[in-house]
Design a protein around this ligand. Structure first.
Ligand code: UN1
Length: 502
C-alpha cells in the first residue's frame, strides 16, 4: 500500500518525503502506516498567516469573475484527476471508491457553482426614507479564512468552503484532520496548479497546515483569521466556539448529527428501503448525515424490519477493502472508533435494545483493521443512548403511534442536522417539514447525500452553520450598508430629526 500511495501522491504532483516524518499516517484498510510526514510547526504556521494576509491584499483587488476563472480551471483539473484523487481518498479515509468518486464530484460541483457565483455576489438597493438618498448593501471580501475539516469528508468540505471563499476574495488556511493529510496535500496542490495556470501563483491564497490539535487551537485563537469554519464533533465545536466568539471572529460550525427517517403507513416501502440502507450503512455510518434513527408506524414496524433484516444480512457479504468494486461497507476509521461503537453496543443492550450485527469482521489479511457488520437495533423507546451520536453504522428502529408523537421523539435529541419522511400523503409530508427542527428536511429520499446547491448545515448542537450552496457565500464576505446623498440642498436627517445649528 505504501508504494501505491507514493505513486498516487507523485501522480497528483506532490513531491514531499513520505518517510521519516514526525507524524505517521495509517490507512484504515489494513491499519498499517502508509506514510510518515513532517508536520507544520507553530513558527511555520505564523509565516503562513502572514503570507495569507499579504496575499489577501492582492487577491481582494482581482475582479471576482477573474477569481472565478481560477476556480473554473481548478474544477477542470479535478475532473482530470478524479480517479487518482478518489483512490487516495479511499485509501486514506476508508470510504468505498464509488463514494470517494462522489466526494471528488462534490468538489467539482461546488467549483462550478462558485464560478457562477463569482458573477452573482449581489447586494441590494434599499429605498431611503429621505429625498435624493439611495441606500445599498455591498458585499466585500472578508480576509483570511480558516477551514478545519474532518476525516470522513477529507476533501469535499474544504472545497465547499474554499471555492466560495476564493471567489469572494478571501485567502484560505486549511487544517485538515490529522488522519487525512495526504488527500489534503494532493487537493491543495491541484489548486496551486490552477493558480499557476492562471498566472496567479501567489503564496498565501491557499495554504495547508499539517498536524494535530495545537495547530487548530492556534488558528482558532488568531484574530487575523476572520472566519473559522469547523467541521467535526460537538465537543470540538464547544471548544472552538467560545474562543472565536471571545475575539469577535465569525464562526461557521458543522457538528454532529443524529439524523432520523420517519416511515408512515402511506410510505412506498420500495422507495424507502434503498434510501434507508444508503443512509444507515453508506460510508460505514461515518457521515454526519448518516441515518441513525428510524421511526416506523407500529402498523408497518414488523413488515419493515422483515425487509431490513435480509438487506442487512446480504450486505455482510459486501464488507471489505473499499478499493474492491464489489464492496459496499469499508472499515471504520480506527480502533478508537471501533471501541466507541462497542461501548455503544453494550449500552444499547443495557437499555433494552435487541441488536442484529454490530460485530467485528476480522479480515485474515488485515488483522489491524476494524471492519464491522452494520448494527440494526430494535428499540422500544428512545433511551439515552439513542440521543447520542455514535459515529458508526448503528440504526435504531423505533415504533410510533401517531405522527405527532413521532415528531416529538424526532426532535427530542440535541442534534439537528438532517431528517426525512417516507410518505405518499402530502399532509403528512408537509406536517413533517413544518415540525422537523433540522437544517435539512427531505421527503422520500434519505438523510445523507445532499446536493451542493442547497445550504448545508443544521440547528441546535449541529452548530447552526450553513455552507456550500444557496446564499452560504455570505459567510465569506462582510456586509456593508451604504447611504449616498446626491441632492444639492442641506441633507435631511433620518427619523425626521431636526438639528439646526444656525
Ligand atoms: C459530512 O458528513 O460531514 O450530505 C458531510 C452528505 C454529503 C456531505 C456530508 N453531501 O451526506
Amino acid at each position: 500500500m505504501r508504494t501505491k500511495v507514493k505513486e498516487l501522491i507523485n501522480k497528483l504532483g506532490v513531491h514531499i518525503s513520505l518517510e521519516n516524518g514526525d507524524m505517521d499516517i495509517h490507512t484504515p484498510i489494513d491499519g498499517r502506516v502508509i506514510a510518515s510526514i513532517k508536520t507544520t510547526t507553530l513558527e511555520e504556521q505564523e509565516k503562513v498567516v502572514v503570507a495569507s494576509e499579504q496575499a489577501f491584499n492582492k487577491w481582494r483587488n482581482i475582479p471576482a469573475p477573474e477569481r472565478g476563472e481560477v476556480v473554473r480551471v481548478f474544477g477542470n483539473i479535478l475532473r482530470e484527476n478524479k480517479e487518482l484523487l478518489a483512490e487516495l481518498v479511499s485509501i486514506e479515509c476508508g470510504k468505498i471508491k464509488e463514494e470517494a468518486r462522489g466526494e471528488v464530484q462534490e468538489m467539482i460541483d461546488v467549483c462550478d457553482f462558485a464560478v457562477g457565483l463569482s458573477r452573482q455576489l449581489y447586494g441590494l438597493t434599499i429605498q431611503s426614507e429621505r429625498p435624493q438618498h439611495i441606500m445599498s448593501e455591498n458585499w466585500l471580501p472578508l480576509g483570511v479564512v480558516g477551514v478545519i475539516s474532518s476525516f470522513n469528508f477529507p476533501v469535499a468540505v474544504w472545497v465547499w468552503n474554499a471555492a466560495l471563499a476564493w471567489v469572494c476574495g478571501d485567502c484560505v488556511i486549511w487544517k485538515p484532520s490529522e488522519k487525512t493529510p495526504l488527500t489534503a496535500l494532493a487537493s491543495h496542490n491541484l489548486f496551486l496548479n490552477a493558480l499557476r495556470a492562471c498566472d496567479k501563483d501567489w503564496e498565501g491564497i491557499s495554504s495547508v497546515l499539517i498536524g494535530g490539535k495545537e495547530l487548530g487551537k492556534s488558528l482558532v485563537s488568531d484574530s487575523r483569521i476572520r472566519l473559522i469554519s469547523a467541521t467535526g464533533s460537538v465537543p470540538m465545536g464547544k471548544a472552538v466556539a467560545p474562543v472565536v466568539a471571545g475575539r469577535f471572529g465569525k464562526l461557521l460550525l458543522e457538528l454532529g448529527g443524529n439524523n432520523a427517517a420517519v416511515v408512515t403507513p402511506s410510505a412506498d416501502l420500495d422507495i424507502a428501503l434503498p434510501s434507508i440502507l444508503f443512509g444507515a450503512i453508506g460510508t460505514a455510518g461515518q457521515r454526519c448525515t448518516s441515518t441513525r434513527r428510524l421511526f416506523v408506524h407500529k402498523s408497518i414496524y414488523e413488515k419493515l424490519l422483515l425487509m431490513l433484516k435480509p438487506a442487512y444480512e446480504s450486505v455482510e457479504k459486501k464488507i471489505g477493502s473499499p478499493l474492491n468494486p464489489n464492496t459496499l461497507i469499508g472499515p471504520l476509521i480506527d480502533e478508537t472508533s471501533y471501541m466507541n461503537m462497542q461501548k455503544a453496543i453494550a449500552t444499547i443492550k443495557e437499555q433494552g435494545g435487541e441488536i442484529y450485527g454490530g460485530v467485528r469482521v476480522l479480515m485474515k489479511e488485515y488483522p489491524d483493521a476494524y471492519y464491522v457488520t452494520p448494527a440494526l437495533v430494535r428499540m422500544k423507546k428512545q433511551t439515552e443512548i439513542v440521543h447520542t451520536e455514535t459515529f458508526a453504522p448503528i440504526l435504531y428502529v423505533l415504533p410510533y403511534d401517531n405522527l405527532e408523537q413521532a415528531m416529538e421523539m424526532h426532535n427530542a435529541v440535541p442534534q439537528g442536522l438532517s431528517s426525512t419522511i417516507f410518505s405518499t400523503d402530502i399532509r403528512e409530508a408537509e406536517f413533517f417539514r413544518q415540525r422537523s427542527d433540522c437544517g435539512i428536511a427531505n421527503v422520500n429520499i434519505g438523510t445523507s447525500g445532499a446536493e451542493i446547491g442547497g445550504a448545508f448545515g443544521g440547528e441546535k448542537e449541529t452548530g447552526g452553520g450553513r455552507e456550500s450552496g444557496s446564499d452560504a457565500w455570505k459567510n465569506y464576505m462582510r456586509r456593508q450598508t451604504s447611504t449616498t446623498y446626491y441632492g444639492k440642498e442641506k441633507p435631511k436627517l433620518a427619523q425626521g430629526i431636526s438639528f439646526d445649528t444656525e
